[in-house]
Ligand binder design. Structure first.
Ligand SMILES: Nc1ncnc2c1ncn2[C@@H]1O[C@H](COP(=O)(O)OP(=O)(O)O)[C@@H](O)[C@H]1O
Ligand SMILES: [Mg+2]
Length: 419
């Protein structure tokens, strides 16, 4: 089926002059009730910085039409990046440092919200809400042994609300964990709202630090949708690059260095035998599984392994763990061709040509596309999702899908800070 047959549910656009104008105090027009502006702020496990998406929502709260007005990415200052990498990698810290970082990250998020509004020439007070994912510094979706499940995203929402002068919904994952869920992935409900289709089934694949899939069969209802983290996205590749370039390069641009290497087969086999890769969903992962310790233990085990070959193996690990998860846990439930037709890729890993080529080769049953084809730029999709989730929370609508996270029930996600 050609692209023209599909109707994108989200379009690119600009803020209108009316939206840019500041409202007079005490007036709310019907129009502003119908069309709402929101900003979503996202910082993933890659720790590459804060993404901010300004969107316009219109129509029913349960199933809004969405238009992306502006998107920006702001990098963390190098020193903040290093400290977050240290803490999120399980390094020693104390309450004073955590408290300070919570405010430092909150400031970076608040500034990103201001900047995306400024770039759209829009006064922040026009926003109905900001949805802030925060920066994950710890995530353990299921209890292991005596350690209970918990998750921690920092980036103080009170500071974001203060900087932007807008109500902020933040801390989305905790409510799902409290309801017995993994706390991740949370984007699937938005994938479902924006990508579901009567005739075609879709696997939405986000390649962030961690990779995750959302499975949406044709004519899906919420309960038919499922998804899970498959394992590493860019996290292992990025760590290998940083190690071998002494931190000078953050990632392998377009997968060019990896393309010169050869897969180290015994290392790949060992990685694919990792307990997380073998586990059945629901499951969620983070630096706890595939961060510094994993890379040291698996990838830096032998000094004679070459940089390009290690990087090539890291690409293969990402591609194979995704393909394996889709074959083992998705196709038996929804058959390719009959129920699933497309693999829609998003996230920074979509820029890695070698990784994308390998996914195309390993999953020939699915037609590989990018989320841009649906009006969701690959880098903006998750930030857009947290703006939509924030509006849902503001109106008491649930944000998690129990079929995805394993939660006992669907609950509104996050905490609201009034401006
Ligand atoms: N041109 C590129 N070539 C290869 N990889 C890229 C490129 N641009 C971004 N990336 C990868 O995408 C990552 C960021 O992706 P992102 O979706 O922001 O992840 P997260 O949600 O974890 O922050 C980078 O760390 C890098 O690995
Ligand atoms: Mg990122």
């Amino acid at each position: 089926m050609g692209r023209l047959d599909r109707k994108p549910k989200i379009r690119l656009g600009r803020a209108t002059r009316r939206e840019r104008a500041v409202p007079r105090v005490g007036t709310t027009t019907k129009r502003t009730e119908e069309r709402r502006l929101a900003v979503g702020l996202m910082a993933g496990t890659s720790l590459d910085g804060v993404d901010a998406a300004l969107i316009r929502l219109a129509g029913a709260l349960e199933r809004p039409r969405v238009k992306l007005l502006k998107f920006i990415t702001t990098a963390y200052p190098e020193e903040l990046h290093e400290r977050l990498l240290h803490i999120a990698g399980g390094g020693a810290t104390n309450a004073a440092e955590m408290s300070e970082l919570n405010f430092r990250v909150g400031e970076a998020f608040g500034r990103a919200a201001l900047l995306v509004c400024r770039n759209a020439r829009l006064k922040p007070e026009r926003l109905a809400v900001i949805g802030s994912h925060g920066q994950t510094v710890f995530h353990q979706g299921s209890a292991t042994g005596r350690i209970r499940a918990s998750t921690l995203q920092i980036g103080e929402p009170a500071l974001i609300a203060r900087i932007a002068g807008v109500p902020v919904v933040a801390d989305f994952r905790t409510a799902d964990v409290a309801a017995g869920g993994e706390g991740a992935p949370l984007v699937p409900i938005v994938d479902y709202l924006l990508l579901s289709n009567d005739r075609q089934g879709t696997v939405a694949l986000n390649l962030g630090g961690i990779a995750n899939v959302t499975v949406i069969p044709p004519r899906a209802r919420g309960a038919d949708v499922f998804g899970f983290d498959t394992g590493p996205g860019n996290m292992v590749m990025d760590a290998v690059v940083r190690h071998f370039t002494g931190g000078k390069e953050p990632y392998d641009a377009d997968g060019r260095t990896a393309a010169r290497g050869q897969v180290i087969e015994p290392l790949l086999r060992r990685c694919l035998a990792h307990p997380f890769v073998r586990r059945r969903p629901p499951k969620s992962a983070g630096r706890e599984q595939f961060g510094r310790d994993f890379v040291t233990q698996y990838f830096l085990a032998r000094p004679d392994w070459r940089y390009e070959d290690l990087l090539r193996t890291a690409v293969e690990l990402t591609a194979c763990s995704i393909a394996k998860a889709i074959r083992q846990s998705v196709f038996p439930r929804y058959a390719p061709d009959r129920k699933l037709h497309h693999l829609v890729i998003s996230g920074g890993g979509a820029h890695n040509r070698l990784l994308v080529d390998r996914l195309r080769e390993l999953l020939p049953e699915l037609n590989l596309e990018f989320s841009d084809d649906y009006g969701l730029p690959v880098d903006a999709k998750e930030a857009i999702a947290f703006a939509i989730l924030a509006e849902r929370t503001l109106h008491g609508l649930s944000g998690n899908l129990p079929s995805v996270t394993g939660a006992r029930k669907a609950v509104p996600l996050g905490k609201l800070v009034q401006s």
